[in-house]
Design a protein around this ligand. Structure first.
Ligand code: SF4
Length: 456
């Protein structure tokens, strides 16, 4: 009981909007516009270096959804007109062709992730067309990992069979919440039967890992409703669960203005929703991998975490370590290892660039030596829970990072010395805050004291 009380106090203290560090530097610090010629030559050089060693990862953004979930902050386009599928796939095919011209060897595909939007908005035939186009003339890596985000309401057995035959073994379903009242207010009516059937079908077809996304902090959620949701969904034993915090940003996401803010749990209530969810998951055998992710010990994500082989990129945690990630489609992000680029966010701008024979890049960033070093610290902490310091960086660490580490250590979240740091059990919950101690861009924008200023 004591530790729960201490834990809650710390949760309040560190309850700040901290990045999830799927990139470092984070997107707000990227430049707009990006030097396209420099990006292209850097991409070619990195591809030639990485392709034959680790292969490449592909993220393909499929933005269409049939109805609008009011909590959504993704890049999506709401339509029931499925004629948009052809035009969009033609755009992706052109974009892939433009990138293929920058590749001097046959690409080795190690990872594909179809994300959205709702990838299963597309018919199985159209998804097959897209995958055939990409894989024709590519080599599939022997340890490839192909995954898709499926909507429980429209993922059909035909989708699953086609994907399985093409090498997909992982699927992630957006479950979010099982309570009918919550589903109504977020405009995502999704009977439990649909989740159950979609999960059962994926397993019958041969998918070996099923992930559920759940969200805490949604309007009308209560401790009782979150308990009911978690108890219900774990009956289906998903291999992984991502338990995300709802980010209320109505100034950036118009859909979030569609419900009454008075129905949102307070910041304090939200913390307890998380703690309740986490407690139930852990009681039922799930392990906290970090940054909102839980996995059963039988799942590869747990095994990679346990063996210190976890990686992190824009798709979140991954068991694969392809040297570079190419993002295709509207708003997608690419990461060559020493540079980032993000595509245009509006469909119209994306199509205009692609049809003019240009890459549709809107913004990006070329990492400095210092960025690369501090990114490694952040990734080590996020994936392994520890990192060692390089003597060369001690003067910067002393200036920006060590004062924060002193504070974190006082709260029992880390053990550290001038050689490195290790998270304590309690510190695991606060990984994002601990990573932020190494975010030099954030420090240089805000004085150190302001970052941890919200005291208990
Ligand atoms: S939550 Fe998913 S299905 Fe709902 S609108 Fe957003 S992208 Fe579409």
């Amino acid at each position: 009981m004591e530790s729960e009380v201490v834990n809650s106090l710390l949760v309040r203290k560190y309850n700040q909007p901290v990045p999830r560090y799927t990139s470092y530097p984070t997107v707000p610090f990227w430049n707009e516009p990006l030097d396209n010629e420099r990006w292209k030559s850097g991409f070619s050089a990195k591809f030639s270096e990485q392709n034959h060693i680790n292969g490449i990862s592909l993220y393909i953004h499929l933005p269409f959804c049939e109805s609008l979930c009011t909590y959504c902050g993704c890049n999506k386009k709401i339509t029931t007109n499925h004629k948009v599928e052809d035009e969009y796939l033609a755009g992706i095919e052109k974009e892939w062709t433009l990138y293929r011209k920058l590749m001097k060897q046959t690409p080795v595909i190690r990872e594909i992730h179809l994300g959205g939007g709702t990838p299963t908005f597309f018919s199985p035939r159209n998804l097959q067309r897209l995958l055939n186009f990409i894989l024709k003339g590519s080599i599939v890596h022997p340890q490839h990992e192909f995954s898709i985000e499926g909507h429980p309401n429209n993922t059909t057995v035909e989708h699953l069979k086609m994907l399985h035959a093409t090498g997909f073994r992982r699927i992630s379903y957006g479950v979010q919440d099982n309570d009918p009242q919550v589903q109504r207010i977020i405009n995502r009516i999704q009977p439990f039967e649909n989740v159950k059937n979609a999960t059962g079908n994926a397993r019958t077809v041969g998918f070996k890992s099923v992930n559920f996304d759940l969200i805490y902090g949604l309007p009308l959620q209560t401790l009782e409703s979150i308990e009911r949701t978690i108890n219900k969904v774990i009956e289906l034993k998903p291999d992984r669960i991502a338990f995300y915090s709802y980010a209320h940003v109505p100034w950036a996401s118009k859909a979030q203005r569609l419900f009454d803010e008075s129905h949102l749990p307070s910041a304090e209530e939200k913390i307890f929703l998380y703690l309740k969810g986490k407690e139930l998951l852990m009681k039922n055998g799930y392990v906290d991998i970090g940054m909102d992710h839980f996995a059963l010990p039988t799942d590869d994500l747990y095994k990679a975490w346990n063996e210190g082989k976890l990686h992190r990129n824009f798709m979140g945690y991954t068991t694969q370590n392809a040297g570079m990630l190419l993002g295709l489609g509207v708003s997608s992000i690419s990461d060559t290892g020493n540079a980032f680029a993000q595509n245009e966010k509006a469909l119209h701008d994306y199509y205009t660039a692609i049809h003019a024979g240009k890459l549709a890049i809107r913004k990006g960033y070329f990492l400095s030596e210092e960025d690369l070093a501090f990114r490694k610290y952040i990734l080590d902490i996020a994936c392994k829970g520890e990192t060692g310091f390089n003597e060369e960086h001690l003067y910067i660490l002393e200036q920006y990072t060590f004062p924060m580490l002193t504070d974190l250590a006082k709260d029992g979240l880390i053990e550290w010395s001038r050689a490195g740091l290790k998270l304590t059990d309690q510190g695991h919950y606060f990984i994002r805050n601990i990573c932020s101690a190494f975010d030099l861009h954030l420090h240089r924008k805000h004085p150190v004291q302001q970052i941890f200023s919200k005291a208990i």
